[in-house]
Design a binder for this molecule. Sequence first.
Ligand SMILES: NC(=O)c1ccc[n+]([C@@H]2O[C@H](COP(=O)([O-])OP(=O)(O)OC[C@H]3O[C@@H](n4cnc5c(N)ncnc54)[C@H](O)[C@@H]3O)[C@@H](O)[C@H]2O)c1
Ligand SMILES: O=c1ccn([C@@H]2O[C@H](COP(=O)(O)OP(=O)(O)O[C@H]3O[C@H](CO)[C@@H](O)[C@H](O)[C@H]3O)[C@@H](O)[C@H]2O)c(=O)[nH]1
Length: 411
Amino acid sequence: MKIGIIGLGYVGLVTSAVLADQGHLVVGVDVDSKRVEGLSCGRNPIYEPGLDELLAKNKDRLQFTTDYAKLSDVDVAFISVSTPTVNGEIYLEYVMSASKSLAKVLRKDSLIVMKSTVLPGTSRKVREITGREVVSNPEFLKEGSAIKDSINPDRVVIGSYTKEAGDVVESIWKFTGAPIVRTTPEEAEMIKYAANSFLAMKVSFINEIANLCERIPNCDVNKIAEGIGLDKRISPHFLKAGLGWGGSCFPKDTLAISTFARSLGTPLRTVDASIQVNNERPKRAVTLLKEIMGQLKGRKVCVLGVAFKADTDDTRESVALKVIDILKEEGAQVVAYDPKAKANVTMVSMEQCIDESEGVIIATEWNHFKGIEDKLRGKYVVDGRRLLDPSKMDLTKFRAIGLGTPSIQGE
Ligand SMILES: NC(=O)c1ccc[n+]([C@@H]2O[C@H](COP(=O)([O-])OP(=O)(O)OC[C@H]3O[C@@H](n4cnc5c(N)ncnc54)[C@H](O)[C@@H]3O)[C@@H](O)[C@H]2O)c1
Ligand SMILES: O=c1ccn([C@@H]2O[C@H](COP(=O)(O)OP(=O)(O)O[C@H]3O[C@H](CO)[C@@H](O)[C@H](O)[C@H]3O)[C@@H](O)[C@H]2O)c(=O)[nH]1
């Protein structure tokens, strides 16, 4: 098949590489000419494990351009442009602009597939604007394991108005062997928001349990997560307590669906509570540091990790950046280290970051921060992602999310 991919970010680029690898001819379009120029010369603008190799392997089947006219002979055009939330509401201008551009160039019988995360009813609007058949096919990949998730998803959701259009999209993803869920476009759109909201809620739930565990001697939230996660109805995934969820999806999607639901007179109270719990997480790290270190004014603090999670260079809505802002408000001098990501703060090597600081906050769950207990000797340490072994730490200078102070032996 000849396939167009509109928007060459995390989703669009991964989808381009994966579909080219399946033998399709792919034309990737982006309005960002620098990005397109780079890609055309073999420069990948994002860090995602395995993506460089997959793009290079399939370069003969991949073409990148800013010119929508190059889509005139594609059979299917995937829309994967960003859908941010602005002032609490979904911002659809990129989707609408892409749709209008597609309407001018696509064959009448070409199919548009909505991969961007959009509120229920959006695919219908795109169908009206473009006069083309539209299928909703939400994406569930996670950054850091995007290729693996795309090739081997838990399920593929296909929401179509006509059976024929849904069948075309089903034929594209059949190679994954994943269960296919056929729905209406509105249901497919809603599934995406319900999934992200539920996962965000699960993390916020365990983070509230973590707050409680910190008040109970001999109580470790990780044990609670293990104990409840073995119940198949709960499952062990997304029960890692920490400094909360960030990234380009959970924050914007929970907010967008919350605002949408309220506008329909049916507020999503569990989602609203999850957002509130999450908003309080960055402050928690700084509060714990102050409990052991005292006032932070004029003192140096090292933040380990600025990416919103491990294995990505993405800092969108990163909790680590919020921790850094709060530290600065407290008057601390902040230095940071991250294996891949950059932030608007002095970035140094991990060793320098630790050595020159009095306090250390682990803000991102990079594997690089496991086993560094020795390097942290003498420092005030907050383990915001539960990577350290508390038994190797000086407990008078150490706090970990969700770890109650051990009671005195024999008490
Ligand atoms: N990042 C993820 O992990 C992830 C996972 C699942 C779903 N999603 C959803 O997929 C969509 C894309 O997310 P992303 O993270 O890949 O975004 P991104 O910001 O990384 O990339 C979007 C790209 O679209 C381009 N663009 C904007 N307007 C355009 C237009 N009119 N024509 C052509 N290109 C245009 C931008 O220049 C940018 O390169 C969003 O709706 C997001 O919610 C993201
Ligand atoms: O047990 C956990 C799991 C995650 N997180 C945090 O939650 C955030 C999101 O993590 P993750 O879901 O792994 O990353 P994303 O790449 O944002 O992926 C989410 O958002 C995507 C965009 O919609 C969806 O496609 C994915 O299915 C969904 O997992 C990160 O800040 C993590 O640190 C925790 O704190 N504890």
